[in-house]
Design a protein around this ligand. Structure first.
Ligand SMILES: CC(=O)N[C@H]1[C@@H](OP(=O)(O)O)O[C@H](CO)[C@@H](O)[C@@H]1O
Ligand SMILES: [Mg+2]
Length: 523
C-alpha cells in the first residue's frame, strides 16, 4: 500500500514498483499538464530498505486518489499491468498525446542509483521527458518541482538556486541579531550518514561566517541512520553515536532524507534534553506571532500537530500563547492540508517534520507594509523580518536544512540559548513502543488516530489503563511505513509513561493478534 510516505520496504523487491511509479508519474504529469516529482528514498528506515514518494505540481504530496492508483499499479500482476494503466487513463480521461515531465531525485542508499534508473525507464517508456537531479534531499526535489511549475516565481529550479534563496534570506535575518558571539554561531550537526550531510557541505560556502557547523555522521564511515539521525534521537531519547556532545552546546540531527530535524543538548549534569518538532513549532510560531503584532497585522494563524504532540506543547500553545491548535492524522500530507486553511499555518510532527505555510494575501500585506511610505520603522523592520522568514522557509514540505536555518536565525535574533528555548515549557515524559501483530489492519482508529474503533475492547482497555496514572494519555495506531502497531503513552513521570506504554502494548498484543513473544516491561 502507498503508505504514510509512499512505498517503503526492502530494496531488493522494489525494482518493478519503481518502474511502475515512473509510469504513474508520467500519467500524473499528462493529467495535470505539469512537472511531477519522484523521490527514491526510505528516509529514516535502515540502509537495506528503500522507497518512493511522488510529488504533485505545487511540491505537495500526491493526492489520495492517485495514492490509490499507485497501490493498484504496484500490486497488478505483470499480465494485468497494461489493463491497470488503461483503467487509470480512462478514469482520469488522460490525453496521451499531452507532453509529460518528471523530475527524479534519490538519497545516498546503495540501492538508490539503480532504483532511480528504473523510475527513469518507466517515464521514458510512456514517452515522458525526465530530468534526473541525482543526489538531492527529499525537500530539495519538492522545491524543484514547485519552482518549475510556478515558472521560477518560487525560485530557480536548481540546487544552486535553492542554496542562494535560503542562504540570502538567512543572512538578511541574522543581520538583525546584534551581539551574537562566535560561540552562539556554532552548531553541531548529525547528518545521519545521509544525503543531508552531503548537501550541508555543499551549502556551507553560501553561509559565510554567519553559521559555523561542525558536521558529524557525514557518511564517510558510518552506516545510514544506524544509531544516529533524527528518528533515532527522538525515539531513543538519547544522543546519536558519532557526535561529541559537549555540555550546553546546541546540537541537531537530520534524518536519512533530510526532511526532519530535532535539536538537543546535554546539561552540566550530563542529562540529555530533546527539543523536538513540538518545541520547534512553538519557537517558530511565537516568533512569527510577535512579528505580526509588531507589524500591526491581524491574520489567522494556527499550529497543526498530530496525536504524538506532547500534551505540554498543546497546552502551552493554546493556554499561554492563545494560538489555535489543530490535530490531524499522522503524515505530513495531512498536516499540510490543514495548515493551508489558515493565513499562516505552522505544522510539525513531534518527530521534527514540518514547515510554515503562508497565504498569498499575507505575503501581499507584508509587501505593502514594506513599500508604504507611511509605515513606521518598527512596522517596517517587522515586515522585513517576516519577508525574510518566508524566504528561508521551504513551503513545499518539511525541510531539515531550511528549518535549521530558520531556527538558528530565530535563536540569534532573540538572543536565546538552547536552554532558554527548552525552558519555554516542560515536556511530559513519554514513551513510544512497537508491537508486532499478524495483521495491523485489524486496528481501525478515529478522532485523528487518538481512539481505536477496533478490535473490540481495545479502546476500553486503554481507557482503563490511562485512568491509573496522572496527566496520562495513550493511543495506538497501525504504522503506515512499517509492519507494526505503534503505541504512544505520556504521563507525569518517566516510570509511569514507560509502565503505561508497556501495559497498552500488552493489550494490543492480546486483543489485536500479537505475534512472537509477549512485550516485556521496560524496567
Ligand atoms: C510516529 C512517527 O514518527 N511516525 C512517522 C512514520 O509514520 P508511521 O505511519 O508512524 O510509520 O513515518 C512517517 C514518514 O516519515 C512520518 O510522517 C510519521 O510521523
Ligand atoms: Mg524523512
Amino acid at each position: 500500500q502507498y503508505g504514510t510516505a509512499g512505498f517503503r520496504t526492502n530494496a531488493k523487491v522494489l525494482d518493478h514498483i519503481m518502474f511502475r511509479m515512473g509510469l504513474l508519474a508520467t500519467l500524473r504529469s499528462k493529467k495535470t499538464k505539469a512537472t511531477i516529482g519522484v523521490m527514491v528514498t526510505a528516509s529514516h528506515n535502515p540502509e537495506e530498505d528503500n522507497g518512493v514518494k511522488l510529488v504533485d505540481p505545487m511540491g505537495e504530496m500526491v493526492t489520495p486518489t492517485w495514492e490509490g492508483y499507485a497501490t493498484q499499479l504496484a500490486n497488478a500482476e505483470d499480465d494485468d499491468l497494461l489493463m491497470a494503466l488503461k483503467d487509470i487513463i480512462a478514469k482520469e480521461e488522460i490525453n496521451m498525446s499531452q507532453e509529460a515531465h518528471v523530475f527524479v531525485g534519490r538519497d545516498t542508499r546503495s540501492s538508490s542509483a539503480s532504483l532511480s534508473q528504473a523510475v527513469l525507464e518507466g517515464v521514458s517508456s510512456l514517452g515522458g521527458l525526465n530530468k534526473d537531479y541525482g543526489l538531492v534531499t527529499t525537500p530539495q526535489l519538492h522545491y524543484m518541482v514547485c519552482c518549475q511549475n510556478t515558472r521560477g516565481k518560487y525560485g530557480e529550479a536548481t540546487v544552486e538556486g535553492y542554496y542562494k534563496k535560503l542562504c540570502q534570506a538567512f543572512i538578511k535575518l541574522i543581520k538583525n541579531a546584534s551581539n551574537c558571539t562566535d560561540d552562539q554561531k556554532h552548531l553541531s550537526l548529525d547528518g545521519a550518514n545521509g544525503i543531508g550531510a552531503l548537501k550541508v557541505r555543499e551549502m556551507e560556502s553560501h553561509l559565510g561566517k554567519e553559521l559555523q557547523i561542525s558536521l558529524y555522521n557525514d557518511g564517510s564511515n558510518g552506516k545510514l541512520n544506524y544509531q544516529c539521525g533524527a528518528d533515532f534521537v527522538k525515539v531513543q531519547q538519547k544522543p546519536p553515536t558519532g557526535l561529541e556532545i559537549k555540555p550546553g552546546e546546541r546540537c541537531c540531527s537530520f534524518d536519512g532524507d533530510a526532511d526532519r530535524i530535532v535539536y538537543y543538548y546535554s546539561d552540566s549534569e550530563g542529562k540529555f534534553h530533546l527539543l523536538d518538532g513540538d518545541k520547534i513549532a512553538t519557537l517558530i510560531s511565537t516568533f512569527i506571532k510577535e512579528l505580526l503584532t509588531q507589524a500591526g497585522l491581524n491574520v489567522n494563524m494556527a499550529v497543526v500537530q498530530t496525536a504524538y504532540a506532547n500534551g505540554s506543547s498543546t497546552r502551552y500553545l493554546e493556554e499561554t500563547m492563545k494560538v489555535t491548535v489543530k490535530c490531524t492524522k499522522t503524515g505530513v500530507k495531512h498536516l499540510h492540508h490543514v495548515a493551508q486553511e489558515f493565513d499562516i499555518g505552522v505544522y510539525f510532527e513531534a518527530n521534527g517534520h514540518g514547515t510554515v505555510l503562508l497565504s498569498k494575501s499575507v505575503e501581499d500585506k507584508i509587501q505593502q507594509l514594506i513599500d508604504s511610505p507611511n509605515s513606521d520603522d518598527e512596522k517596517k523592520r517587522a515586515a522585513l523580518l517576516l519577508q525574510n522568514t518566508i524566504n528561508v522557509v521551504n513551503q513545499t514540505v518539511g525541510d531539515a536544512i531550511s528549518d535549521m536555518l530558520l531556527i538558528e536565525a530565530i535563536l540569534a535574533i532573540k538572543g536565546m540559548t538552547v536552554q532558554q528555548w527548552d525552558a519555554i515549557y516542560t515536556d511530559l515524559p513519554n514513551r513510544q513502543l512497537k508491537v508486532k501483530v499478524a495483521d495491523r489492519r485489524v486496528i481501525d482508529t478515529t478522532d485523528a488516530e487518538r481512539r481505536a474503533l477496533s478490535p473490540a475492547g481495545l479502546q476500553d482497555a486503554i481507557d482503563a489503563l490511562v485512568k491509573k496514572y496522572s496527566l496520562a494519555r495513550s493511543f495506538v495506531r497501525p504504522s503506515g511505513t512499517e509492519d507494526v502497531v505503534r503505541v504512544y503513552a505520556e504521563a507525569d513521570t518517566q516510570e509511569s509513561a514507560d509502565a503505561l506504554a508497556h501495559e497498552v502494548s500488552l493489550a494490543v498484543y492480546r486483543l489485536a493478534g500479537g505475534v512472537g513473544d509477549e512485550p516485556k516491561p521496560l524496567h
